[in-house]
Design a protein. Sequence first.
Length: 198
Amino acid sequence: MAFDEVRFPVDIAYGSSGGPEFSTAVVTTAGGHEHRNVNWSNARARYNIAWGVKTQAQLTALTAFFRARYGRARGFRYKDWTDFRGVYEAIGTGDGETTVFYLSKQYTNGSSSEVRAITKPVSGTVKVYLDGVLQTSGFGIDHATGRITFSAAPAEGIGISADFEFDVPVRFDTDHLSARLDDFGAFSWQDIPLIEIR
């Protein structure tokens, strides 16, 4: 799968809409009862960036970005302004042997929770803690996968957590960038969809 480690223009992303999406099959019986089948165990984000394009400069940047990704062919990073940060997120517990851990973010509501893998942390934003103590060395970060590798395995029972900002890996969900000229120098768009890559 082709992926470009390049970020979609954040000023266009700021005016966009979207968020998490699930896939649920709902079957209604003759008696009016429902049976619901959850097809996905984790949400997949979907966005519409059409409303983020407000200036000619943004239109030019979007067109160049779309052409460089060949429509749906190549993935890229996208900043979801509604959800782009993890604060003191638990990513594992030391066992004295394991040196590799992966960034994740937990969403909890009552007794229900979902753990989201964070695969595109933003460079310069990741802070790692061992039992609440900020670490300044002794580990490396792979910003293309979200992998944290320690030079020495954290001791057994040591809680490992992290602060970070992250991008969402997405692709265009269209091969056609369709603009309408409303007035001289004024454009509008019906739909420019993005979908999260898993």
